[in-house]
Each structure stands twice: as structure tokens, then as C-alpha cells.
Design a protein around this ligand. Structure first.
Ligand SMILES: [Zn+2]
Ligand SMILES: [Zn+2]
Length: 314
């Protein structure tokens, strides 16, 4: 029951000697989601042991090069490795022209699989738009505040089916039909014996986990509700607070902005990344954020952040 987030590319705009542009892998129960795809992403995926054929959904937050220049090499390599299964790329509307250009010139070479462009939409701040659903997971996009249309992402495990309390099965000699009713959250009417309340007879086997991704963005108040209470929040922290004015004019955030959001939204952990190339060390960004919010972690190449499963019982 994996739920972890691996940071691969941690640089903003300009890559540096040790940092690649934005690229991240979210692994939920073995399902791999690639979030942003800066230059060099495929090499990082190989280096840290991710199979590129296992990725069937790519999420591009926006069309600045540091978030999408790696997509062509990756699409091409997927083809050369014999991919046949569909790939969905969730990206803003303007990605269509970029994809069409690529397919027009290179499709004949290697792209023998279907690529679906799911257009990210919605410009109302604070609104979630469902873009992904499987049996266990839901994914949403939401607008951010950047210089071009930009989206953040929220992933949540679905509320698991209820379990029936074992001791009650024996005590009340529950039939299979009654167990099924209780599991679906319905009360059981036993006539003269009274009602068996689903609330008393069942429990959630575990707490659903959640993750939110915010890059790139200037801070704005509606974001608090969108990421409220998530287990793990990734947020850009391009600058330290002494460059607040630069952050404002470029529609980016400081480490202070990221920490204030984490604190106000009551998240459990905050990962910061997307560092300006002017910083050779980023420890001061962590210190700045930690003065406001304690559980801060620095994104670094190949670092994996786990959200453990919390089992519940009754
Ligand atoms: Zn960026
Ligand atoms: Zn950007």
C-alpha cells in the first residue's frame, strides 16, 4: 500500500550543475504518476529505478520549459521501448500545438501508442476539477497564480469500504446478507430484536491519504482550502524572503509563503523545491520555512517522502 512522492528535478528556470528542472513521481499503491517533466527527466527516472512503461498518466502543471522540455525525449523512449498502452497527458490547452508538432515530425519513428491530451481547465480560484479516477484514487486539478495558465494537483485515496467488527459477527450471528448491508453503510432491521446500526458494527480499515502539488505560483488566499489537511504538500519555494519583491513580480513564492500556507491549511508535512539557481545551498530556505511550520523537508534529487498507512480498528 505505497503512498510516496519522489523528487527528481528540483531547479527552477535554469538548471544548475547538481539540479535538474522540475520532475516528480507520485507512487500510490504501485501506480506511478509523473508530475512535471523538465529536461533530463527520463535519465532521472532510469537512475532512480522507475520503469517509464509503468507511467500511464503525466501531469504538466504549465508550459514553461523547466516543467515540460523533457516530454519529447520521454515520449520517444516510451515508443522505442515498445509501449503499446495508452498514455494520458494532463496539460493546459496550449499543449495541443506542441504535441501536434512533435507527432507530425516524429510519430513515424517510434510512437505506436495512443497519446491522449486531457486539457486542464478552470480559472476560478479555489475550485477543484476532477481529472483522474481509479478504483482507489481520485485526482483533481486547480488553478494557480502564475504568468501563464498553471495548475496544481490534488490526489486522494478514496474512502475505503467499511469493515465489520469481527466480535460482532460472532456475538450477533450475522448472516452474509446482513454483513453486506452493514458494509455498505446500511442499518439492519431485525424486527423485534431491534436495529443493528452500521455505525456501531463497522469501521474504516484505514485513513485515506492525500497529497497536493503547487508549482509554480504566487500565494493567494483561496489555496488554503484547496490543500487543507493534506498529508503531504509539495510547494515551490523559489526564493528566500529577502527576495519577496522578485517573487511577486515573477509570480513565484518564497519559503515563507510556502510555510504560511502549510500552517494555515493544517497540512501534516511540507516539501519545498523549485529552487532559484542563485542558491548553491538551500538550507537557509528550510530554516526560513521552519521558523513558521515545523515539518519542512527539502526536495533533493532522488529523495523519497513516504506517507505511511494509518490502520484503524474498533
Ligand atoms: Zn518553474
Ligand atoms: Zn513557471
Amino acid at each position: 500500500m505505497d503512498f510516496n512522492f519522489t523528487t527528481l528535478g528540483t531547479a527552477s528556470a535554469l538548471p544548475t550543475k547538481g539540479r535538474y528542472p522540475s520532475a516528480h513521481v507520485l507512487n500510490i499503491r504501485g501506480r506511478l504518476f509523473l508530475i512535471d517533466c523538465g529536461e533530463g527527466t527520463q535519465m532521472l527516472l532510469f537512475k532512480y529505478g522507475f520503469s517509464i512503461l509503468k507511467i500511464d498518466n503525466i501531469f504538466l502543471s504549465h508550459l514553461h520549459g523547466d516543467h515540460c522540455f523533457g516530454i519529447f525525449g520521454l515520449l520517444s523512449s516510451m515508443g522505442m521501448k515498445g509501449r503499446t498502452s495508452k498514455l494520458t497527458i494532463h496539460a493546459p490547452a496550449a499543449f495541443k500545438g506542441i504535441l501536434d508538432m512533435f507527432l507530425h515530425h516524429f510519430e513515424g519513428d517510434a510512437i505506436k501508442y495512443e497519446i491522449v491530451h486531457n486539457v486542464l481547465e478552470g480559472s476560478v480560484r479555489g475550485e477543484l476539477n476532477k481529472i483522474f479516477e481509479s478504483r482507489n484514487i481520485e485526482g483533481y486539478s486547480f488553478p494557480l497564480n502564475h504568468r501563464v495558465p498553471t495548475y496544481g494537483f490534488l490526489f486522494r485515496e478514496k474512502i475505503p469500504p467499511l469493515n465489520v467488527v469481527k466480535s460482532k459477527i460472532e456475538e450477533y450471528h450475522l448472516t452474509l446478507k446482513e454483513i453486506a448491508l452493514l458494509k455498505s453503510g446500511q442499518d439492519v432491521d431485525r424486527g423485534d430484536e431491534g436495529m443493528l446500526r452500521a455505525e456501531e458494527f463497522t469501521y474504516k480499515p484505514f485513513k485515506p491519504r492525500s497529497f497536493a502539488y503547487c508549482s509554480d505560483t504566487a500565494p493567494f488566499k483561496e489555496l488554503v482550502n484547496v490543500v487543507a489537511g493534506v498529508d503531504l504538500l509539495y510547494h515551490e519555494a523559489t526564493f528566500a524572503n529577502d527576495l519577496e519583491a522578485t517573487a511577486k513580480t515573477t509570480f513565484h513564492s518564497t519559503a515563507t509563503d510556502a510555510a504560511l500556507l502549510a500552517k494555515d491549511a493544517g497540512v501534516k508535512g511540507l516539501v519545498i523545491g523549485h529552487y532559484s539557481s542563485r542558491y548553491s545551498s538551500v538550507d537557509h530556505l528550510k530554516e526560513e520555512a521552519q521558523a513558521i511550520f515545523e515539518n519542512v523537508y527539502l526536495a533533493s534529487k532522488g529523495e523519497k517522502f513516504e506517507v505511511p498507512l494509518e490502520r484503524l480498528s474498533k
